[in-house]
Design a protein around this ligand. Structure first.
Ligand SMILES: [Fe+2]
Ligand SMILES: [Fe+2]
Length: 295
């Protein structure tokens, strides 16, 4: 079937409001696919067909029925599209990019109005897809529990999976930060501050801020961080400002290390800019054993 034929058929089987929702999901899925480098064509088809089983089944079963109808009636054979349709209501552990795109698009499409946090989720979807999936699952579970509706166990299972994964990346970020801290400490960096920004930003989990006494000290600190991190299996993604040594920024993805000159540290005052984050207390013992208790 061509896309036009699919749309004409959907118009006859879906209620007008559902058809409108379907177009919104398809359009949102396309935007997400463009953003994340997924197949735009597959995203559009998955979006158009995701609810094709809605009028033929109940809320719990329509995703599975939809996947079957997509195959038998609409002639879709692509397993990626069928998988995305099949898990669009509950998600599943280890979703593919297309699965996640459809799952998120279904929730944030422009026609939806009721869910709380929608404006924020619509932004987050283009910054951190996994986090968006997790938050949608949490909201959905909270809503279903409150309204006493039967919950598909797969929703809980998916939510547990994605929250465990998040914990795992936080553990890894913490380990990276500890290594960076120790490398800085070893070379006598001044007042090392670690800020946990995971809850307030999607750019990283931790920010490390310190300064050296002079340009060669700044460079020595940076080199030691790079060496120790590299040995631990964390190559640096980018380094900025090494030559000038006023503000060297080491980007490790989940953590960002900033080594300043004394004057520039005061001037840029990153601690103030990131004051919504949480400063790690007793950072010396935290860097050793992960606890913030005084040694
Ligand atoms: Fe649906
Ligand atoms: Fe839907």
């Amino acid at each position: 079937m061509t896309e036009q034929e699919i749309c004409s058929k959907l118009k006859t089987v879906l209620k007008p409001k559902r058809y409108q929702h379907t177009l919104g999901v398809a359009e949102t899925a396309v935007r997400l696919a463009e953003h994340y480098g997924a197949s735009v064509q597959k995203a559009r088809l998955a979006g158009l067909l995701h609810d094709c089983g809605k009028e033929a089944s109940d809320a719990l079963g329509h995703a599975e029925v939809g996947a079957q109808l997509a195959e038998t009636v609409y002639g879709v054979t692509d397993p990626e599209i069928l998988s995305a349709i099949r898990c669009h209501t509950t998600g599943k552990p280890g979703m593919s990019l297309l699965d996640k795109i459809l799952f998120v698009a279904d929730y944030i499409e422009p026609g939806r109005e009721q869910a709380p946090e929608l404006p924020r989720l619509r932004q987050l979807a283009f910054q951190d897809l996994d986090q968006t999936v997790l938050e949608i699952l949490e909201e959905t579970l909270a809503y279903l529990k409150e309204s006493g509706v039967v919950i598909d166990p797969r929703t809980q299972e998916t939510c547990d999976y994605y929250s465990k994964r998040k914990e795992h990346t936080m553990d890894e970020s913490k380990r990276m930060t500890q290594i960076a801290y120790q490398a800085l400490d070893e070379k006598k960096a001044a007042e090392i501050t670690v800020i946990d920004i995971a809850k307030v930003s999607t750019i990283a989990d931790y920010f490390v801020i310190t300064n050296g006494e002079n340009p060669s000290h700044v460079q020595a600190l940076v080199e030691n961080v790079q060496e120790k991190m590299f040995k631990a299996g964390y190559p640096c993604k980018s380094v900025e400002g090494f030559r000038a040594a006023n503000w060297v920024l080491l980007d490790y993805g989940d953590i960002v290390v900033n080594v300043f000159s004394r004057e520039d540290r005061r001037f840029y005052d990153l601690e103030r800019i990131w004051r919504d984050g949480r400063i790690v207390e007793n950072v010396e013992s935290w860097a050793k054993d992960g606890t913030e208790e005084e040694a």
